[in-house]
Design a binder for this molecule. Structure first.
Ligand code: PLP
Length: 441
């Protein structure tokens, strides 16, 4: 039995893992073409034929809609801004509540606040790590206007019961698909299951344009509102003859022509990149089966994962050591990835602290110093951001979830085998780790 790296032995792997590089010759050529054209953005913030942007933006949107099976795709400069547009299009406003997941990237929950609404956190389901119809139902009040369902880690939420519940209460459902492009649920792509779907094209996502995003919808009324909010709505409504002025104050969330040109190439690569992640995860999971204390991700019925991260569930009772020590020992056996060396080994305990525990929610300080929107005079409810609010999310973050990204292309079978070997080596040395933990106090 070889000594753990954490205890002074040699690591399983010291060579860096390969970088996740998805930008190639096609993107370079596409950008050069835009530069040569001299048109880096053609958007105009008035009602004019250029209101919808330039040729690359419009082609990208058409191709994204087609790939996704949605009627409309509206490009934006980030998923965050796409969520803002979606909240505006849903008619969210002061006094409203929007039900959100606490176990997500911060932007998913901020979106309602941009329109002075209050985020209400519902707990996650321990299988999907997403909101479920049951957890949402427990938070619906007469003030609820919308729901932001995040397909976290690349795993689709169980959408059929969620949509049935939303329909019953007349709620708009926004899917945050930032981590789940090309994931499907009962044969249908995410982003077409709710009323709107919001994707990210940020550098860290499956496919990217540096910064960027897309909102999908099948509803022409919502598509128009998304386009208006993206591009100076208040300045356009008159010319366009828009009579419903709710939330028709706009931003500049427009995507540039270069990003759109890159996006068109990225869209072509997306399915193969996700297929490779799935194959890598299958390989890794085959080798991880039987490691004590580790449960592999389970899927809701009909869901196909796109593996933004691979989320394992840890059972301390099965190993007798803390999750912190377990993760530390595995990380000591492995190496960082190229281009992200500064982040260390791409593995972590938990994912994010449940969002309501952030200082902004705890202090109820949003706009100005008068407690808006949380204690806004238009708001008739009472926010609850106490610790213990979402026990499953808290347990996942503080006790059970282990996330890692050591399955991204172009990892080879050897790379994946070494990741699995690190888990097995730690599993064989649990006794030594228990002693180490005891000595460390
Ligand atoms: C990355 C991410 C976002 C934000 O995306 P940006 O494009 O960086 O604004 C939102 N939600 C989730 C779940 C994410 O992972």
């Amino acid at each position: 039995m070889s000594t753990l790296a954490l205890l002074g032995g040699n690591p399983v792997r010291s060579r860096l893992f390969p970088a996740y590089r998805v930008i190639g010759a096609a993107e370079k050529a596409a950008v050069a073409e835009v530069l040569d054209s001299g048109v880096l953005s053609r958007f105009l913030g008035v009602w004019h034929q250029d209101f919808h942007g330039g040729p690359q933006v419009q082609a990208f949107e058409a191709e994204w809609a087609e790939a996704c099976g949605a009627r409309f795709a509206v490009s934006v400069n980030s998923n965050t801004s796409g969520l803002f547009c979606a909240m505006g299009a849903a008619g969210v406003g002061p006094g409203d509540e929007v039900i959100v997941s606490p176990y997500t990237m911060t932007a998913s929950a901020i979106a309602p606040m941009i329109f002075n609404a209050v985020p209400v956190f519902a707990d996650i389901d321990p299988v999907s790590f997403c909101l479920s119809a049951e957890t949402i139902a427990a938070r619906i009040t007469p003030r609820t206007k919308a729901i932001v369902v995040v397909h976290i880690f690349g795993q689709p939420a169980d959408m059929d019961p969620i949509m049935a519940l939303a329909e019953k209460h007349g709620l708009t459902v926004v899917e945050d698909c930032a981590q789940s492009p090309f994931a499907t649920y009962k044969g249908r792509p995410v982003g077409t299951l709710g009323h709107m779907g919001v994707f990210s094209l940020n550098y860290h996502k499956h496919i990217h344009t540096g910064e960027g995003g897309v909102v999908t919808t099948n509803d022409p009324r919502l598509a128009e509102k998304l386009q208006l909010i993206r591009n100076h709505a208040e300045n356009v409504v008159e010319g366009k003859g828009v009579s419903d002025l709710v939330n028709m104050l706009g931003f500049n969330f427009r995507l540039g022509e270069m990003e759109a040109a890159i996006g068109r190439q990225q869209l072509k690569r997306g399915p193969a990149l996700v297929a490779e992640r799935r194959a890598n995860v299958a390989h890794l999971e085959h080798e991880l089966a039987g490691v004590p204390g580790i449960a592999l991700p389970r899927l809701v019925d009909g869901a196909v994962h796109s593996y933004y991260v691979h989320a394992l569930t840890y059972d301390r009772a099965a190993t007798g050591i803390s999750r912190a020590t377990f993760v530390k020992a595995i990380k000591a056996e492995l190496a960082p990835c190229e281009l992200r060396e500064h982040e260390g080994v791409l593995m972590g305990e938990g994912y994010v602290r449940p969002l309501y525990l952030q200082p902004m929610y705890q202090s109820q300080t949003g706009y100005g110093d008068k407690g808006c929107p949380f204690r806004c005079p238009h708001y008739g409810g009472e926010v609850d951001y106490r610790r213990g609010l979402c026990p499953t999310a808290e347990r996942c973050h503080y006790e059970t979830v282990i996330t890692h990204e050591l399955m991204r292309p172009p990892m080879t079978a050897t790379d994946l085998d070494e990741v699995a070997a690190a888990f097995h080596k730690v599993a064989e040395n649990l006794g030594a780790l228990r002693d180490w933990e005891k000595a460390a106090g």
